[in-house]
Design a binder for this molecule. Structure first.
Ligand code: GLU
Length: 300
């Protein structure tokens, strides 16, 4: 028998949800509902300095207002340090991680990916330079093609050694890295299906690598198209995306459904979130979700 479906939405409370985050939330909610599964919310408040006071509660109210009800208590990453520390210990016990002394400025000359991210050159892989103190912790990667199937994007292939390098699992400021926390928590919550924004697509091979090292199951992955502004930028706090409106929610939700390749029928024009979501969960077909990013309406 197949494992029961458990999905999740994992917002970072660095600000309120906008149209782009709504699309990811709606997609994961619908995929869970259509499968008769459960849908959980995890608050990724790991990066304390970037979290905005009050944003976590405000996000939960936004989800409720848009009809995206959850099926269990919210998990807060800020309360999970012991679990992440245990995972780091387990990696250390098998020699999979090492301390790194490199500073950002020392890595300024390192090779970079197309996106401008540093490919770690392995400076501290064989030990810290004499006299240098440990700053962060990195996990060793392998020089092999890692394959991941994505239910929307198709087959992904990445050579972590050549395209990413040994990556950080505990940061120089002592905080655990997103990659480690997400893998530990997806397993802890029993997540079987991850549906999230395509900006996270190329994190998946790193997460798969950590799952293998930690002996954790790998969920099925699906990455939904991003919503961009008219300048082609991802909607985010940095690009000043407006928070989801508190009126006209049905119209905004209708727009999110259209972005996901599920435009509501005309007789649902003017309908509220509950009716739209009921229709969409009965008609959800992940193969109808387009690959292309959508452009948000200029008007909020
Ligand atoms: N917290 C991440 C974000 O808001 C999402 C992480 C995930 O879904 O894996 O971008």
């Amino acid at each position: 028998m197949n494992a029961p479906y458990i999905g999740r939405f994992a917002p970072s409370p660095t600000g309120l949800l906008h149209v782009g985050s709504l699309v990811a939330a709606v997609a994961s909610w619908l995929d869970a509902r259509a499968a008769g599964g459960r849908w959980l919310v995890r608050m990724e408040d790991l990066d304390r300095p970037r979290c905005e006071p009050g944003a976590a509660d405000a996000i939960l109210r936004q989800l409720d207002a848009y009809g995206l009800y959850r099926d269990g208590p919210v998990l807060y990453q800020s309360q999970r340090d012991d679990a992440y520390a245990a995972a780091l210990d387990a990696l250390n016990a098998r020699g999979a991680v090492y301390p790194c002394a490199c500073t950002r400025s020392q890595l300024a000359q390192a090779p970079r990916t197309h996106e401008g991210d540093i490919i770690y050159p392995g400076t501290c892989r064989k030990g810290l330079p004499p006299g240098a103190g440990a700053r962060s912790w990195r996990v060793r990667v392998t020089d092999a093609n890692l394959h991941v199937h994505d239910r929307i994007q198709g087959e992904l292939q990445q050579n972590l050694a050549r395209e990413v390098g040994d990556f950080i699992v505990r940061r120089a400021d002592g905080l655990f890295a997103y990659q480690l926390a997400v893998v530990v928590d997806d397993a802890f919550q029993g997540i079987t299906h991850v549906v999230r924004g395509a900006d996270l697509l190329w994190n998946t091979p790193r997460q798969r690598h950590l799952q293998t090292l930690l002996g954790l199951p790998t969920p099925a992955y699906a990455h939904v198209p991003l919503v961009t502004n008219a300048a082609g930028q991802k909607l985010s706090k940095q690009t000043l995306a407006p928070a989801l409106p508190e009126t006209g929610r049905g119209a905004v939700l209708g727009q999110a459904l259209a972005t996901l390749g599920h435009p509501a029928p005309t007789d649902l024009e003017g309908a509220g979130p509950a009716d739209l979501l009921e229709w969409a969960s009965a008609h959800w077909q992940i193969e109808n979700v387009p690959l292309r990013p959508a452009i948000a309406n200029a008007a909020p």
